[in-house]
Design a protein around this ligand. Structure first.
Ligand code: 5RP
Length: 224
């Protein structure tokens, strides 16, 4: 890939999500550096929206700093859109997420949303998922057991030292996966006792991807 301005690409992709925000609705907001640009853009139209639900303490803080009200997801029955970044995204708009350790809350908000919009720079686009180590959120006392089970599935798990998720759990990053069947692997990993969830967003992929190379934004829509 030729060199490009990654920060500018993230900002352009983030700003391209603004037209999808409907007036007077609550907006689902993800986590990460690309989403930070989205939050800053959302602040420019904050008087037109009802507020946000957030997938992490970090995003909640940034939203509040901008004066955007943040609601508890339990009180929100209808969420039109959820906007989030990705660590990898393939042609079916299946993603690996969780580089920022927020995967579980991200997956929960995505599950509630009618439309999931992925914003990313074009370096995140891949043919086959798995170059980026797949994050798995694990209950701390199950860490070694889960790691052994992941090895049986062909993965190479590494403990992300020093990281505790917003839910009080730990992360295993799984290397050496060439993920030909993302839906199947997502389900298999979730069946290991002690796994909270994993960073494959395949059962519930993105509906729209806004990908930028720093000069333009490419819109991909998932074929249903
Ligand atoms: O899944 C995530 C956090 O858990 C992020 O969306 C993902 O890591 C992409 O981050 P960035 O926009 O900083 O590249």
């Amino acid at each position: 890939m030729t060199k490009f301005d990654q920060d500018r690409a993230k900002k352009l992709a983030a700003e391209a999500a603004l037209p999808y925000v409907e007036a007077d609705t609550i907006v689902g907001v993800g986590t990460g550096s690309t989403v930070n640009y989205f939050i800053d853009a959302l602040a420019t139209i904050k008087h037109q929206i009802a507020g946000a639900v957030s997938s992490s303490e970090a995003s909640t803080e940034r939203l509040k700093q901008h004066g955007i009200p943040v609601y508890d997801l339990n009180g929100v029955a209808d969420l039109a859109i959820y906007v989030d970044g990705a660590d990898e995204i393939n042609g079916q708009l299946e993603m690996i997420k969780g580089g920022g350790a927020a995967l579980t809350r991200e997956k929960i908000v995505a599950a509630v949303a009618n439309k999931v919009i992925c914003i990313a720079d074009v370096s995140k686009q891949v043919d086959v998922l798995g170059q980026f180590p797949l994050p798995v959120e694990v209950i701390p006392m199950a860490r070694s057991y889960v790691a052994r089970e992941i090895v049986k599935l062909g993965g190479d798990p590494a403990y992300r030292e020093g990281v505790v998720t917003d839910n009080g759990n730990v992360i295993l990053d799984v290397y050496s996966l060439h993920i030909e069947k993302p839906v199947e692997l997502e389900s298999k990993l979730n069946q290991i006792t002690g796994v909270v969830t994993n960073g494959l967003f395949a059962a519930r992929p993105a509906d729209i991807a806004l990908l930028s190379d720093g000069s333009q934004v490419f819109t991909l829509e998932r074929r249903k």
